[in-house]
Every structure is written in C-alpha cells, then in structure tokens.
Ligand binder design. Structure first.
Ligand SMILES: Cc1cc2nc3c(=O)[nH]c(=O)nc-3n(C[C@H](O)[C@H](O)[C@H](O)COP(=O)(O)O)c2cc1C
Length: 239
C-alpha cells in the first residue's frame, strides 16, 4: 500500500482523499462526496473543537447551503457507522473533534475512551514502562479542572501539578505505592495553569496486562475536593 498519498486516521486505517475511500485493515469503504468534505474539515481541525457553525461558514462559499447543522449531524452519524473506530467526539453545542489517542493507546477501544472522556472526574493514564512514567491520556474533565490542554501535558510526569509544593506527606506514600504497583488514594495540594490551589483527591490504580500479568498502565482519577477542604478549614477555625 502506498501510504504517501494516504492520510493516516488511526492505526491501520488510511484515508485516500482522491478516491474518497477509507482503507482499514485492507478493506475499503467509499464515502459520499459530502462525507469526504466533512472528514477533510475535521482533519484540518484535528484536536481542536470545531463547532458546526464553523463548519457551516468554512464551506459556505463553496457549497452553498449543503451543510446545515442538521446535515452535519446526519453526516457525522453516517461517518461513525461507516468507520466505527474513528473517534469523533461530540461536545456540547454541537462541537466535533477527531482525537489522536489511537497512537498512544492502541489497545484501548474507542468506546472506553469515550466513556473516560465523558467522566465527571479528571482521569489520567500514564505509561510506567516509559522513562519517568509520562502521561499518555487525559480526559476532558482533567483539562477543564487544571486549565491545560492535552497537548501541553501528554509526555509529562504528573508531578508538575504540585510543582514546588513538595512538602506533602502523601507524595512519599504515592511514590511507594507506585513502586509497589498497588492502589492508593491521597489528597494533594495541586495548582491549575493559572496558579489556583486545588485540593485533589487522587486515586491511582495499576492496570495489568491480562496475559503477561505485567504492569501496563497506571490510571489516575482526580477529584476536586477544594470546596470540602475549605469547609473543613473553616470549621476547624470556629472550634
Ligand atoms: C496515574 C498517576 C496520576 C497522578 N496524578 C497526579 C496528580 O493529579 N497530581 C499530582 O500532584 N501528582 C500526581 N501523580 C503523582 C506523581 O506523578 C508522582 O508519582 C509523585 O510526585 C511522586 O513521585 P516523585 O517523588 O518522583 O515526584 C500521579 C501519578 C500517577 C502514576
């Protein structure tokens, strides 16, 4: 397969804009002209939320009123049916974005990724088999809570969230639990991109490979406990 003229959508899946086909595992699917145009726009805006209104104006001149928001919804739904592995996330207000997680997490299904992305608490997945255990996935709640984009944090160790505030007993406990490959829950003082203090109730769980039983990923769940901590401190001051 000559992959030069093809655009990689995700692992083993390529798109040929000339022939309007998507080739996955050597099977090809022909897209309609409208789907092809829409896919091209989504790829152009890769990893950036694209509102249906943006899409509408982007193509207004060329295609007149072909893409109404209702049409876009139908096209997206048809694209999803034709390519179930394609990750097109739908945000509130009709925003669509193609996600690049495939390269980082080839063995986690898109369905699971969508569930993680819709969770209310922050979620991080790190790869303990890479140097310094870097982040390979963060969900939307994480980026909203801390104010960083996923591009800014993927590849970093999570310790940047407490930064210089390292005089915290829980950090040693977390370090030992990670080393011993066991679950831990601890509350940490963390800081948003704007420097705002957040009390983060962090739970880390090791995920083992079923076949080899070796540690594969570390899953972190970040719960914002700032309001509760402030209340506790107020009560303590009153007593
Ligand atoms: C999956 C996972 C999620 C983590 N999430 C956070 C976090 O949200 N905030 C934080 O301050 N540290 C977090 N950590 C902890 C740091 O990455 C690191 O393990 C901790 O600082 C202790 O190690 P160190 O002494 O090498 O820095 C997380 C660790 C893992 C494995």
């Amino acid at each position: 397969m000559n992959t030069k003229t093809l655009i990689k959508l995700y692992d083993k899946c390529y798109w040929n804009p000339q022939t309007q086909t998507v080739i996955e595992d050597n099977c090809s699917v022909v897209l309609t002209a409208s789907m092809t145009k829409l896919l091209a726009i989504l790829i152009d805006h890769h990893d950036k939320p694209v509102s249906s209104v943006d899409i509408f104006f982007h193509i207004w001149d060329d295609y007149d009123k072909e893409f109404s928001p209702k049409n876009i919804r139908n096209l997206i739904s048809n694209l999803r049916k034709k390519m179930p592995s394609l990750v097109i996330n739908n945000y509130y207000g009709g925003r669509y974005v193609l996600k690049k997680y495939r390269d980082n997490l080839p063995d986690i299904t898109d369905y699971v990724l969508e569930i993680l992305d819709q969770a209310k608490n922050g979620i991080t997945i790190t790869d303990p088999n890479l140097p310094d255990n870097p982040i390979i996935f963060v969900n939307e709640a994480f980026t909203e809570l801390f104010g960083y984009t996923s591009e800014e944090v993927i590849g970093l160790n999570c310790r940047f969230l407490h930064g210089e505030d390292r005089d915290q007993l829980s950090l040693k406990e977390i370090q030992i639990a990670v080393k011993e490959e066991r679950d831990i829950t601890a509350t940490l003082r963390n800081y948003t991109k704007n420097g705002e203090l957040i009390y983060n109730e962090l739970t880390i769980s090791p995920i083992f490979d079923k076949k080899t039983e070796k540690l594969k990923y570390l899953l972190g769940v970040q719960k914002n406990m700032t309001a509760v901590q402030k209340l506790i401190q107020q009560i303590k001051r009153m007593l």
